[in-house]
Design a protein around this ligand. Structure first.
Ligand code: DC
Length: 233
């Protein structure tokens, strides 16, 4: 099958709701769901603090045997690292910051880009992250870029972390998100920005349900238009 039809990309900054929406979209469309931020978080934990200063050869050596895979689809999709489902230990904002630091290292992005594309060949995918639409799956048929005001994202993240049992302070969290935004948008390699052909959605005042409906409608309209063109051809 053609990759162009089989991957939907979802990019955007921290706390915008990408994971929730990617999971719902995958469930609706019976596709698998790939959380690429989780892959950066796994490598950040594996490499430890200060990894962004390691020599390229040391990073390659320490990541040589890392193996990512996806199991299942829709809501039940599980990302596995070395055969084990990725757990809650990667979810905190501290690991998020470590991940943002190693995300600026070219060899880390090269290793993960390869792993992400390999996963993209194994199943129809909703892939969410920062550079899905521009770098990893530039040929994806549908691309979305979600954004929301920083204070809205901080409140969403707070709710999410509390659900995962973490106690966090809203203003500290807002500051961590601001630092992460800064790193993600301004790094030299694969900075966060929308693909030219992505649908931009500001979710600041939108519920999850409304955003999901808008995305599904966009996909259905695109599919109808493509079917019409192929009938005419
Ligand atoms: O989506 P997240 O918060 O779990 O991502 C953690 C960090 O990983 C994020 O701050 C930047 C990095 N990341 C990236 O650079 N590219 C991706 N495709 C996904 C995440």
């Amino acid at each position: 099958m053609n990759t162009r039809l089989n991957v939907i990309t979802l990019d955007g900054p921290a706390g915008v709701g990408k994971s929730t929406l990617a999971r719902l979209l995958a469930e609706n469309l019976r596709m698998a769901y790939l959380d690429t931020g989780a892959m950066f978080r796994c490598l950040a934990l594996r490499l430890g603090a200060g990894a962004e200063k390691l020599a390229e050869s040391a990073v390659r050596l320490r990541c040589a045997d890392v193996c990512f895979s996806l199991d299942g689809k829709g809501n039940a999709t599980k990302l596995c690292c070395d055969g084990m489902p990725v757990g809650e230990e990667i979810r905190g904002e501290k690991v998020g910051l470590l991940a943002a630091r190693i995300a600026a290292v070219p060899v880390v992005r090269e290793i993960l880009r390869k792993a992400q594309r390999e996963i993209g060949e194994t199943a129809p995918l909703v892939a969410e992250g920062r550079d899905m639409g521009i770098v990893v799956f530039p040929d994806a048929r549908f691309k979305f870029f979600l954004d929301a005001a920083p204070e809205v994202r901080a409140r969403r993240r707070l709710k999410d972390l509390e659900l995962h049992g973490e106690t966090v302070n809203l203003s500290e969290l807002a500051e961590q998100i601001r630092r992460r935004d800064d790193m993600d948008r301004n790094r030299a390699i694969a900075p966060l920005r929308p693909a030219d052909d992505a649908l931009l959605v500001d979710t600041s005042r939108m519920t999850v349900g409304r955003t999901l409906n808008l995305m599904l409608r966009h996909i259905k309209e695109g599919q109808r238009a493509a079917a019409k063109i192929s009938r005419l051809a």
